[in-house]
Design a protein around this ligand. Structure first.
Ligand code: 5GP
Ligand code: ZN
Length: 115
């Protein structure tokens, strides 16, 4: 399924639910997380409805690479200079809540920093 009408991120891709967009091209959309855990917290989301990281196959190689390569550019564009964290939750035991693949990218001074 390339689009799931019941999926919240597919609705954001389709413009049916508003979001604060940081980037968009033909394959990916990036928007700010509605409940940020860091001063800058965006989600890199493929426009294609792929349920999770566990559903990626060889045909997704370039799409997955594009997500990875976009993260540092986004952080630079959003003024993050001190490093960032990337996170992909996968499946129930991986803590995934929205069942449409997404990469969290979090930057800015870390409230969760140890020491
Ligand atoms: P997960 O636990 O699936 O990795 O993370 C899902 C993320 O999506 C959460 O951080 C949550 O705050 C975010 N989120 C859920 N619904 C919406 C929404 O409607 N808009 C935006 N911008 N973020 C959302
Ligand atoms: Zn979806």
């Amino acid at each position: 399924m390339s689009h799931d009408p019941n999926c919240i991120f597919c609705k954001i891709v389709a413009g049916q639910i508003p979001s604060k967009k940081a980037f968009e091209d033909e394959d990916l959309i990036v928007f700010h997380d509605i409940q940020p855990w860091a001063p800058v917290h965006v989600l890199i989301v493929p426009k294609l409805h792929i349920v999770s990281h566990a559903d990626l196959g060889p045909e997704h190689q370039s799409l997955a690479g594009k997500m990875m390569v976009l993260a540092p550019k986004l952080m630079r564009d959003l003024g993050v200079s001190g490093g960032f964290r990337t996170l992909i939750n996968t499946g129930r035991d991986g803590g995934q809540e929205v069942m449409h693949l997404h990469m969290h990218v979090m930057g800015g001074p870390r409230p969760w920093a140890k020491g």
